[in-house]
Ligand binder design. Structure first.
Ligand code: NDP
Length: 458
């Protein structure tokens, strides 16, 4: 008789947990998964997927306007928020069903209840006690509300996917991924949109040229961007809310949305009693094999707060399942993970920023271009695309690629393969461009940006 009820018990049926569970199941492990919400996790239910559908919705307005330059006459256009919500919800239901089927097809038992660890090999799941040889925590994260008086009157991205009606005015607090993506969505849908960001420039951690280009683009698209300011207090106003900022000014809006970061879901899992070490931000501390400080207890995805992206969580889950049950020990590789912000303009990057490269290599070459996309030569819209390559001059390797503009994410995926493989600038140059395209600029950048003065003087 088996010593445990299952080989692997996974807590959380998001992208990471589902991948780990079904790959482990495919390798022959007896796997159970607990989920106390809908199957699919943040990405499918209240993240990447519905967000991208909203982004598509928001891009129609400028397309309608631009069509005239290409000879089209359009009739009256009208946007209906409930239609978008209903269609989005139907698609999410479909995807959640696919995730369920993937689990079932891999022989994984799904338990729709909350799980808590009682000891290293025992869980309490919806009133049942289940023993497991190994436990995987894949519980993801949740949006955080900053400690501001009246914060409870604001909402987060979770609620923004279900607004009963489209607000007329919205204030978004934060300057990261979610703030900028939702700013583009609401602005594109005709909402008067203000972003309030505490720092000097949005998208901290991204390349400085990217940050500048995206801030310029947001303003051109009509988003109001207030930097070096934060929310001091939020109060009810009729209608909506009144947001008092740190400089004393008051913004009135129908909604205020916090996009001020996310926190790992580690509360109430029984981790402290078991001695599972957490990081200062409350994430499960793991080694390179995704094992926690307690042998046999593992964690992947946002709950570990490494790189909080869906494909990274699935990579970690897949590597773990192969390692534990596939007879193939392999590490998740966190180097050169490409990433995109589906703001308007769109941002995508892989590898090092210029500042990171300058800190790491003695000689760095920068190639950069900024141009009006061909499409907008007819429309007259003041769109700009910015592309940049960061090169370690000693080895000639391209160590960073950055783009702001249409299709940045689609273009960067291919560039990321080259960067991951360690391609040199000469190899980029030897690649023939696809003409006419924006992407071809990545293989036709010939002129170095003059080195900064401090460097030039060396
Ligand atoms: P981010 O970490 O990207 O941004 C958080 C923002 O909130 C930052 O601008 C931060 O400012 C600001 N902030 C934090 N605390 C406060 C505070 N107390 N008061 C005011 N402002 C504050 O988090 P998001 O919530 O936007 O997204 C979470 C993560 O989810 C992302 O980092 C990303 O990993 C992932 N994600 C990925 C997406 C994608 O792949 N396209 C889309 C959405 C999310 P500061 O810079 O000064 O710290």
């Amino acid at each position: 008789m088996a010593r445990y009820d299952c080989d692997l018990f996974v807590i959380g049926a998001g992208s990471g947990g589902v991948r780990a569970a079904r790959i482990a199941g495919g390798h022959g492990a007896r796997v159970m998964v607990a989920e106390d919400d809908r199957v699919g996790g943040t990405c499918v239910i209240r993240g990447c997927i519905p967000k991208k559908l909203f982004v598509y919705a928001s891009r129609f307005a400028p397309e309608f306007a631009d069509a005239a330059a290409y000879g089209w006459t359009l009739g009256e256009t009208r946007f209906d928020w409930p239609t978008l919500l209903a269609n989005k919800d139907r698609e999410i239901e479909r995807l959640s069903g696919i995730y369920r089927r993937l689990l079932a097809n891999a022989g994984v038992e799904l338990i729709e209840a909350r799980a808590r660890l009682l000891d290293r090999h025992l869980l309490e799941v919806g009133g049942r006690r289940i023993s497991a040889e190994r436990i995987l925590i894949a519980t993801g994260g949740r949006p955080v509300y900053p400690p501001v008086p009246g914060a409870e009157l604001g909402v987060t991205s979770n609620e923004a996917f279900h607004f009963d009606r489209l607000p007329g005015r919205i204030v978004i607090v934060g300057g990261g991924y979610i703030a900028l993506e939702f700013a583009g969505i609401f602005n594109g849908l005709g909402v008067d949109t203000t972003v309030v960001y505490r720092g000097p420039q949005v998208l901290r951690g991204f390349d400085d040229d990217v940050r500048q280009a995206v801030a310029d683009g947001l303003l051109k698209h009509g988003v109001k961007l207030l930097t070096r300011l934060n929310l001091k207090a939020l109060a009810r106003a009729e209608p909506g809310v009144a947001a008092t900022l740190t400089d004393g000014r008051v913004l009135r809006a129908d909604r205020l949305m916090f996009a001020t970061g996310r926190a790992p879901n580690t509360a109430d899992l029984g981790l402290a009693a078991l001695g599972v070490a957490l990081t200062p931000t409350g994430a499960v501390k793991v080694d390179e094999w995704s094992q926690s400080s307690v042998p046999g207890i593992y964690a992947i995805g946002d709950v570990t707060d490494r790189i909080n992206l869906t494909p990274v969580a699935t990579m970690e889950g897949h590597a773990l399942a192969d390692t534990l049950y596939g007879g193939r020990a392999r590490l998740a590789d966190h180097a050169n993970v490409p990433h995109a912000v589906f703001s308007q303009p769109e941002v995508a990057a892989v590898g090092l920023t210029e500042a990171e490269a300058r800190a790491r290599f003695p000689h760095v070459d920068i190639y950069r271009t900024s141009f009006r996309p061909l499409k907008h030569t007819l429309t007259g819209r003041p769109e700009q695309t910015m592309m940049k390559l960061v090169v370690d001059a000693t080895s000639d390797r391209v160590v960073g690629a950055h783009m702001v503009g249409d299709h940045a994410a689609e273009i960067m995926q291919g560039v990321a393969i080259a960067v991951k493989l360690g391609a040199t600038k000469a190899q980029f140059d030897a690649t023939v461009g696809i003409h006419p395209s924006a992407a071809e600029e990545f293989v036709t950048l010939r002129t170095k940006v003059p080195a900064p003065l401090a460097k030039a003087a060396e």
